[in-house]
Write a protein of this length. Structure first.
Length: 419
């Protein structure tokens, strides 16, 4: 029975169903991110809007008459794309900067304001913006409203107020992303390419709706077909390039005596780099699965501590796939959490707490440490942190010490006392 229903869907309904389903997948995938950082919250809301509006489009397009489709479309046609664009622009700004400048703040407020204003038109009189349309070969296409009939064209695009808004916000998003393109690592550059392509295709889907509605009634309405392509590109970009995946790999170097008495489920703080890396090397060479995050080049770490297959990530602004920009605390957090979720006996060493604090501030780094502790606790994982002496203030050292245990010396005693 369900197969018969699927087959009977028009192309417009079918692709609305696919886009809604993809949006739910994106929402479920992005939900694993640390929401308290606020980084991906606008994107989650965008995915939720895409899912809701896509399923409403499916419902509207299945109407038996153009007038009923018009009634069902009143909410989605005004609130949908405008709110989606404002949320996507918000995410783009979060993606490239931790602190928006004045122009970015005011342009974002303007985007939200127009989306809200456009939505309020449906409360005042929906016929101001759209009217009953006709059923094309691929599904319904809504007609123009009273205020959208007589605007001039721009670049060959029907000049409705919403089309101008959509074009302006798309340009602002591309500008925000592409101006940061050359200074980013290879992974983030790939993500920017996917985001940019998805945004442009999403813009084309709205332009196509205008062509079907305002220019030549009767041409196939391919909005959902084009829109689902843009949504799919966004999903591919997220799953392939932003999540800094790490595959746990057992160390192939021979076993060594384990002289550091460390307990699972704890985070240890060292004031010297060497003992933390020695303890890490002993653990991974005796059955633990390790992840090393270091300011030193990975090649030097492998040589110094006899690591052959253990994954190493470099905290550096380098254009290589094993590098994590030190200002990308979210990427760093996701790297560790992805690794810990896959490993059986995880151990992570993170060098350079003072370096991260200098670039990002102390509170974000403390939240990072707290998040790593929470992620490793269920697996009885071990976190090894290093911070150089006298690089943090007394209060900062006390707060960091409260989240960690001093790394014991190789003899078994406590080599470092809490500060």
């Amino acid at each position: 029975m369900s197969g018969t229903i699927i087959i009977s869907l028009t192309p417009q309904e079918y692709f609305a169903l696919i886009r809604g389903s993809l949006s739910l997948i994106i929402l479920a995938y992005v939900a694993r991110l640390p929401l308290k950082r606020g980084y991906y919250v606008p994107f989650m809301l965008y995915a939720a809007c895409c899912a809701g509006f896509s399923f409403e489009a499916l419902y509207a397009n299945s109407a038996p008459t153009a007038y009923l489709e018009y009634v069902r479309s009143q909410f989605i046609s005004l609130w949908g794309p405008g709110l989606e664009m404002a949320l996507l622009y918000h995410f783009s700004l979060n993606f490239v900067t931790r602190k928006m400048n004045g122009f970015q703040k005011y342009s974002l407020l303007a985007a939200y304001a127009y989306a809200i204003f456009n939505g309020l038109l449906t409360v005042i009189d929906e016929s101001l913006s759209f009217s009953p349309g006709i059923k094309t070969a691929t599904g319904y296409s809504i007609g123009p409203g009273y205020l959208t009939r007589h605007y001039p064209w721009l670049l060959g695009i029907p000049g409705t107020p919403f089309n101008y808004y959509y074009l302006i916000v798309t340009v602002l998003m591309l500008y925000a992303l592409l101006r940061h393109y050359r200074v980013q690592s290879g992974l983030i550059k790939s993500q920017i390419r996917y985001l940019s392509a998805g945004m442009v295709i999403d813009w084309v889907s709205v332009v196509w709706l205008s062509l079907a509605s305002y220019v030549a009634k009767g041409i196939p309405n391919l909005q959902n077909l084009i829109g689902v392509t843009g949504t799919a590109i966004l999903l591919v970009g997220l799953t392939r390039h932003k999540f800094y995946r790490v595959t746990p790999t057992s160390e192939t170097a021979g076993a060594v005596p384990q002289t550091y008495p460390l307990e699972g489920g704890r985070s240890y703080l060292a004031k010297d780099i060497k003992p933390s890396f020695e303890a890490f090397s002993q653990l991974v060479r005796n059955g633990h699965e390790g992840l090393c995050i270091t300011r030193t080049s990975p090649e030097g770490i492998r040589t110094s501590y006899g690591l052959q297959t253990t994954p190493i990530r470099w905290l550096a602004e380098e254009k290589r796939d094993d590098a994590i920009p030190p200002t990308d605390l979210l990427g760093l957090s996701l790297t560790v959490k992805d690794f810990v979720s896959k490993a059986e006996r995880p151990v992570v060493v993170l060098q350079g707490i003072e370096y991260l604090v200098r670039l990002n501030g102390f509170n974000p780094v403390l939240r990072l440490v707290d998040g790593l502790n929470e992620a490793s606790a269920p697996k009885e994982g071990i976190i090894l942190l290093t911070v150089l002496p006298n690089t943090l203030g007394q209060k900062e050292e006390a707060l960091l010490a409260a989240e960690t245990t001093p790394l014991p010396s190789a003899s078994g005693g406590k080599g470092q006392a809490r500060t």
